[in-house]
Design a protein around this ligand. Structure first.
Ligand code: NAD
Ligand code: WQD
Length: 335
């Protein structure tokens, strides 16, 4: 298939691009480079020895999308582009709704005008809000506590409405849990801007001596060791899940929401121990009060992905840590 990746030079999109090319698909990428670099497309080509044409532009530009879809004879869209920082979304909600919701409407408009009807969308476990039971399955009620999460919910709802309007539409909303890790080539990985918000890149920078110590937000949760528990998933497992979702979407029109996680939760302290062991470095930390908006535990029920997509996460916590460490200390990540 010919697949257009929006946000394809970003963290998750770039790994998915490699999987798609290695599986024999053709791709084109559209990205405004607001949180990524042009040279990522070259790295995707280095790894795969295949073409990864990058169109630098914004998903809100419907005409550019139409032109790109026609030029590259696109059959399906993988929609990664968007803003993703929860804290920032409280400060600049309008940008979040423009980039995420309006951007998606622009893509849908372009799809409608060009006859493309399949999209795999990057949703998030954040749409489940405060977990009411664990593990979280796809029937769990949805809610939002910040503009980022609400933008994902709005998009899911819009896609659901559009799917109901005509049987041709095929949308898969992949609800990612906590993606971590990097490509084994060390050429692709997560490149946070400034101080990382997320745990894994923060730990990696502490191990590397870039930051003095990790602040662990809360040690009084009702979890095995008092620290927060999450479902960390290797980004390459996640990327492979997209390939399976693309096949499924092609054969099963309609609207589907599917969790992508491992089904296993790990605490912050377990992550620190695993990373120290993988890197051979000490990770100094101190306990701090809980971070506002955090929940004690969140992990996925993965039966739906196992059954419908014939997919399950395979890579270990050790592999998540070693690949992050290799990326962090390698020549391609910019510190
Ligand atoms: P990322 O920031 O690395 O990648 C997003 C890419 O989209 C970037 O390259 C950015 O430049 C581009 N982009 C943003 N707005 C754009 C626009 N208007 N037009 C064109 N390009 C635009 O983020 P990521 O971690 O790869 O996340 C990809 C998707 O997955 C996002 O939609 C995110 O919300 C979702 N997601 C991420 C996580 C996570 O923890 N990383 C978890 C759940 C869901
Ligand atoms: C994990 C655990 C923290 C940093 C976020 C978004 C979510 C999704 C993924 C996009 C928690 C603890 C963290 C630190 C810490 N993104 N922590 N010290 O909060 O589960 O999810 O990213 O959709 O929407 O909310 O991930 O990596 O920030 O935190 O102790 O410096 O690590 O309290 O328990 P989170 P995270």
């Amino acid at each position: 298939m010919n697949v257009l990746l929006t946000g394809g030079t970003g963290y998750i999109g770039s790994h998915a691009a490699v999987c798609l090319l290695q599986a024999g698909h053709n791709i084109a990428i559209i990205d405004n480079l607001s949180n990524s670099q042009e040279l990522v497309a070259g790295r995707i080509e280095n790894i795969t020895q295949k073409k990864a044409p990058l169109i630098v532009g914004d998903i809100c530009d419907t005409n550019l999308l139409i032109q790109t879809i026609q030029e590259h004879r696109i059959d399906a869209i993988m929609h990664f582009a968007g803003l993703k920082a929860v804290g920032e979304s409280n400060a600049i909600p309008i940008s979040y709704y423009i980039n995420n919701v309006q951007g998606t409407l622009s893509i849908l408009n372009a799809m409608d005008q060009t006859g493309v009807s399949t999209m795999v969308f990057s949703s998030s476990a954040t749409v489940y809000g405060e977990p009411q039971y664990l593990p979280i399955d796809e029937h769990h009620p949805t809610s939002a506590t910040n503009p980022y999460g609400r933008s994902k919910l709005h998009i899911e709802e819009i896609l659901s409405d559009v799917a109901k309007s005509d049987k041709k539409w095929s949308f898969i909303c992949l609800r990612y849990f906590n993606p971590v890790g990097a490509h084994h080539s060390m050429q692709l990985g997560e490149q946070p801007n400034g101080v990382p918000n997320n745990l894994m890149p923060y730990i990696a920078q502490v191990a590397h001596g870039i930051r003095a110590q990790l602040s662990i937000f809360g040690n009084d949760y009702l979890t095995t060791d008092g620290t927060g528990v999450r479902d960390y998933i290797h980004v390459m497992d996640l990327a492979e899940g997209h390939l399976c979702a693309l096949d499924y979407a092609h054969q099963h029109p309609g609207w589907h929401a599917i969790n992508l996680g491992t089904g296993t939760g790990h605490s912050v302290l377990e992550m620190v121990t695993a990373f120290a062991s993988a890197s051979g470095m000490e990770i100094p930390y101190q306990f701090e009060p809980r971070r506002s908006g955090d929940v004690a535990s969140c992990y996925a029920k993965t039966d739906k992905a196992n059954k419908l997509l014939q997919w399950s996460a395979k890579r270990s916590l050790e592999s998540m840590c070693t690949s992050t460490w290799a990326w962090q200390t390698g020549e391609f990540s910019q510190k």
